[in-house]
Design a protein around this ligand. Structure first.
Ligand code: ADP
Ligand code: MG
Length: 393
């Protein structure tokens, strides 16, 4: 088990470099549309502030190439100021003399938010000099940025090797919840996968299939599975690579003696005449493009979900961004919310779909990671977690 901030003593006056995931969603004009990621981080920040630590917060926002005022963290400093009035300062840089001076003038229990760490190309390059500069700002490094724990960057990995380190509450909760679901699943355990690319998800599907009782497949990836089983899928989104990944998964999951359940009907549209949308069909052929699971599939999946004690879901079951094709995903979100099972939802689009369906409050664990969640569920090691010291027992 990794050392958490709970295990740190004597925090009064200590400079903590806290890596958070403040990569908040923004609209086209650069306005922040959802502050959940800041709210989720408050327990860790409060814990450190209340113990008199000097909390230096470091995060990325978007994928800037050099300095880009549209991706400044200043608006996030304003959000933090609402929660910690009079305690928050902003640094317009991440390293350098000015930042060093700002850190030196911090009082106990105050917060300094650094500018977007990805304004420096050294961050994603995991540059050792840059990591050294970051480390020189603090006495202890705390990683709470689960969303980027799979990245080997200077602020998620390099700096962690140079300071005594620990994980924050958000990271701790993600690791414990996901690992527990896979190591000690409540049975029956139903896993649901959707989205587009099978290839990206082979490892996670196979690792979860080992412990799940049934694996339900929807979304665009279902068409690669259907082709692998010899069905026609019309013009649905498939690729040779995805079909071969799907048949590998089918073989291995069948060999495990596990059930893999594919859609039995679809909501599709006609590629030739895009205006003719939302057909219900059992078989896809000709110009038909599958864009959502159909009502019979929804019912079939709902029955599996109702009987489950644990559910893990990643990947929308259709093109949920379009009103005509969101019903399957939303109905399954609602079925999961209704179920008595312990439920975990992970993946950027899946979480967004669950929120749009207004089911997020009824899901037991909404994972804050996309790629990181899938990697952890695959049983892979994540550099940002791996580099943290084990708990001293
Ligand atoms: P997550 O972010 O939750 O891991 P993915 O990124 O893997 O999910 O997949 C989400 C994308 O898959 C969405 O953009 C959605 O429109 C798309 N998708 C799902 N089903 C279909 C389909 N039948 N046809 C086209 N796109 C689909
Ligand atoms: Mg996605």
């Amino acid at each position: 088990m990794k050392r958490s901030i709970r295990d740190l003593v004597g925090l009064e006056g200590k400079r903590i470099l806290l890596r958070t995931d403040f990569n908040l969603p923004m609209n086209k004009v650069g306005r922040i549309t959802d502050t959940t990621r800041v709210v989720n981080e408050l327990p860790t920040i409060r814990y450190l502030v209340e113990r008199g630590a000097k909390v230096i917060i470091c995060s990325h926002l978007g994928r800037p190439k050099g300095f880009d005022f549209r991706l400044s963290l200043w608006p996030i400093a304003l959000i933090l100021m609402k929660y910690f009035p009079g305690k928050v300062q902003f640094a317009h840089k991440v390293i350098g003399k000015e930042v060093v001076e700002q850190v030196a003038s911090m009082s106990n229990g105050s917060i300094l938010l650094l500018e977007n760490v990805r304004f420096y190309k050294e961050e994603t390059e995991n540059d050792p000099e840059f990591a050294k500069h970051l480390a020189s700002l603090a006495d202890i490094y705390v990683n709470d940025a689960f969303g980027v724990a799979h990245r080997k960057h200077a602020s998620t990995f390099g700096v962690a090797r140079l300071l005594p380190n620990a994980i924050g509450f958000l990271m701790e909760n993600e690791i414990n919840t996901i690992e527990d679901a896979i190591e000690n699943p409540k049975k029956p355990f139903v896993a649901i996968f959707g989205g587009a690319k099978v290839q990206d998800k082979i490892k996670v599907i196979l690792n979860i299939a080992k412990v799940a009782d049934a694996v339900l497949i929807g979304g665009a990836m279902a068409y690669s599975f259907l082709v692998a089983q010899g069905y026609t899928v019309g013009q649905s989104l498939i690729s040779a690579d995805n079909v071969s990944s799907a048949s590998q998964i089918l073989d291995e999951v069948n060999a495990m003696g596990k059930r893999i359940i594919l859609p039995i009907d679809h909501i599709a549209y006609n590629l030739a005449d895009k205006k003719m949308k939302s057909f219900e069909t059992d078989v896809l052929s000709g110009d038909m493009v599958g864009a959502d699971i159909g009502p019979k599939t929804v019912k079939l999946f709902e029955e599996e979900i109702a009987g489950a004690r644990q559910i893990v879901w990643n990947g929308p079951l259709g093109k949920y961004e379009d009103d005509e094709f969101k019903a399957g995903t939303f109905k399954i979100a609602k079925a999961i919310a209704r179920a008595k099972a312990y439920s975990i939802v992970g993946g950027g689009d899946s979480v967004s779909a669950v929120k749009q369906a207004k089911c997020d409050k009824l899901i037991n664990h909404i994972s804050t990671g996309g790629g990181a969640t899938l990697k952890l569920m695959s049983g892979e090691t994540l550099p940002g977690i791996d580099v943290i010291q084990e708990k001293y027992i």
